[in-house]
Design a protein around this ligand. Sequence first.
Ligand code: MN3
Length: 202
Amino acid sequence: MNYKRIEISFKYKDFEPYIDEETMKTHYEKHHLGYETKLNEALKGTAVENKYSNIEELMKNYQNESRDLVVPIREFGGGLINHNFLFTNMKVGTKLNKDSELSKKIDEEFGSFEKFWKEFESVALKVFGSGWAWLVKREDGSLKVIKTFNQDNPWFLGLEPIFGIDVWEHAYYLKYKSARAEYIKNFYNVIDWDKAEKNYLK
Ligand code: MN3
């Protein structure tokens, strides 16, 4: 099986009080596992099953695959890669270093971190239904805040994700109910800003 969930190195309670333990547990053990299982079921016995060495390669090339596989790859493969990324880029207690390259680039493009974050919150809040918001790096090195629907993602679009927020209801509803804005605001505290800098420098 080439397309796997990442092993997590955190405890589910590590993101309290911003994201509750039960949400983290359900998110990884039920939702994320579900994407992995369903993707591998859909690909079993097909030419794609062992064609790519990892999920990133599958995602970048999925549009070349047969039409009956495009939808499951897009939905379940998208879910798999999005959560692999999310769960390796979360940590409580880090901050974006003012002298970092990412910080300088954000200031240059958005005017200030505060202005950038306001835009990020606004884009994430406006995702209608289920989806994600991302800070991405384009091929020319510039930054952009984007939203993607369902499990669509930056890899499809040839963009490098710096960080992303899952705004599917399963990501916050137990704790926040309909208060998506509050969840998004608090998400600042669970971003691994050191990883974000590394992702930017890739
Ligand atoms: Mn999710």
